[in-house]
Design a protein around this ligand. Structure first.
Ligand code: NAD
Length: 480
């Protein structure tokens, strides 16, 4: 028989006690068995949900003080562990830019916590009423390969601030770092509050575990962050789902003498080049109006981007897309091997040797090019010359495919800002800055890595994960 140390025995006892204390659930709970020595990490979806239910009930008993403490713990850990978790995530997922991984984790400190939940009170002739933001209970979170731990940490802050627990079914390609961070977060939560299994994850997530979690009778809400396939699948389960879906954000550069084109180029490289274009909000295609086209190209070059020739673009295109019916027939399928690749690796496909520090490749294309039309998530931005502002706006709108995600414009013409903002109808619209300004990095506002575009809740906050409940007292306690 293997030796059990004191810590392991304590862990088993505390889990059994947590189960015995839990009550109120309508689902018959199986006994909870974590992966040995791993807090909140499970093989089996039923066990993960049962554990998260127990975590939710423990949190309910500990109240607002525990929520506030846990949010503080997660924010601090994302800063303290930014380099370590960032490196581990990069080594596991093998996409994006290693130097940017810690920045995404450090950004988690600006995710909104319990301070954002303000109850609304009403007082009048008939007494008083309170509308309160109550938790849902157990939430299932599905997270993308592009930002595994940042999305998890941001979701945890929003969801726990609102009083919920969560079970994650992370992308299989980022599941190991997810399990590691969740284990460490749970350890810290337990040390500070005594609460166990508030944040759970499936160690080896699959489509089966996704289905089991999303249809589980004891799961109250889904939060899905990913592409079109997973959003469709989640919405078909019939459970209430908050869906942070795909995008293909355009940036329009207006023909405007008052613009500083070097600043425009820097903004496009900052946003579109961040983590090798893995951000869902990242600039994905440029539409430059009339004379702004040459000015933007020249400025992009001055700011360090490498401009590809038509022949080089063609070679890269044939490698990073699969074409069912030949190039140019609108049948491009993204070869995911190249998502988040470094510019120098993409350039090498075309036999071009460039410095690994280059942040962005630029290619002159037509509007129908797959680099314009597909959400390709590579630091290779197509630039399209347009005949007037109205055409730029039409192209931008078409290329966004109705995702209602993000769009950017550079102009000093307020009427054109307004025209584009109204026409695009996107969740995020940034004027005269990089896309990240829309998430509070260089612009006003807060951040979340789950931008609920498809279902319309917007950049998620604790309020997104609450249900509003009313409490009315008739004819009393009103003071005048
Ligand atoms: P993805 O859609 O391949 O995967 C996302 C998650 O869904 C993963 O956990 C994956 O395992 C799961 N999944 C995928 N297809 C599924 C299916 N049919 N059934 C069940 N689960 C499924 O996306 P990705 O490559 O990891 O991430 C990039 C995508 O996510 C892009 O489309 C990007 O725009 C989007 N995204 C959106 C936001 C947002 O806030 N709106 C944030 C980040 C990423």
């Amino acid at each position: 028989m293997s030796q059990l140390n004191e810590a392991a025995i304590r862990e088993v006892v505390s889990q059994v006690l947590a189960q015995l204390q839990s009550k109120g659930s309508t689902f018959a709970m199986p006994s909870i068995q974590n992966r040995p020595g791993k807090h909140g990490v499970f093989d089996d979806p039923d066990q993960a949900v049962a554990a998260a239910r127990s975590g939710f009930e423990q949190l309910q008993k500990k109240g607002w003080a525990a929520r506030t403490k846990i949010v503080e713990i997660v924010r601090n850990m994302c800063v303290d562990q930014a380099e370590r978790w960032g490196d581990i995530e990069f080594n596991e997922t093998k996409i994006g830019r290693q130097a940017h991984k810690p920045l995404k984790l450090q950004g988690v400190k600006n995710v909104l916590g319990p301070e954002y939940l303000v109850p609304q009170g009403m007082s009048g002739d008939f007494g008083i009423t309170m509308d309160e933001a109550a938790p849902w209970g157990v939430i299932v979170g599905v997270t993308p390969l592009t930002h595994s731990v940042p999305t998890i940490a941001g979701n945890v802050i929003n969801m726990v601030a609102a009083g919920n627990s969560v079970v994650f079914n992370p992308h299989p390609g980022g599941a190991a770092v997810a399990a590691l961070a969740i284990h460490e977060i749970n350890e810290a939560i337990k040390a500070a509050t005594g609460i166990t299994n508030l944040i759970c994850t499936i160690e080896k997530p699959t489509l089966d575990s996704f289905n089991a979690l999303c249809t589980h009778p004891d799961v109250n809400l889904l939060c899905i962050t990913g592409g079109p396939g997973v959003v469709d699948a989640a919405m078909k389960t019939g459970k209430r789902a908050i869906c942070a879906g795909p995008g293909n954000p355009p940036v329009v550069v207006d023909d405007c003498n008052a613009l500083d084109f070097d600043r425009v180029a820097r903004d496009i490289i900052t946003g579109g080049g961040f983590d090798n274009n893995l951000l869902c909000i990242g600039e994905k295609q440029i539409f430059a109006v009339d004379a702004a086209y040459q000015k933007t190209l020249a400025a992009l070059k001055r700011q360090g981007a490498v401009i590809l020739t038509a022949a080089q673009l063609e070679m890269i295109k044939r490698e990073v897309f699969d074409f069912k019916n030949g190039v140019g027939c609108g049948s491009a399928v993204l070869n995911r091997k190249w998502v988040g690749a470094n510019p120098d690796a993409l350039a090498k496909i075309a036999g071009l040797n460039i410095d690994s520090k280059v942040e962005m490749l630029i290619a002159e294309t037509g509007v129908d090019d797959p680099f314009v039309q597909e959400e390709q998530m590579m630091p290779l931005l197509p630039i399209v010359r347009t005949n007037g502002f109205d055409q730029a706006l039409r192209f931008a709108k078409q290329s966004e495919h109705g995702d209602k995600h993000s769009a950017m414009i550079h102009t000093m013409n307020v009427a054109r800002m307004t025209q584009m903002g109204q026409a695009m109808d996107t969740t995020i619209f940034v004027k005269n800055g990089p896309c990240v300004a829309g998430l509070g990095m260089g612009g006003e506002g807060f951040i979340s890595y789950s931008i609920a575009t498809t279902t319309g809740e917007g950049i998620t906050t604790p309020r997104t994960f609450t249900r509003y409940r009313r409490c009315t007292l008739v004819n009393n306690l009103n003071l005048f």
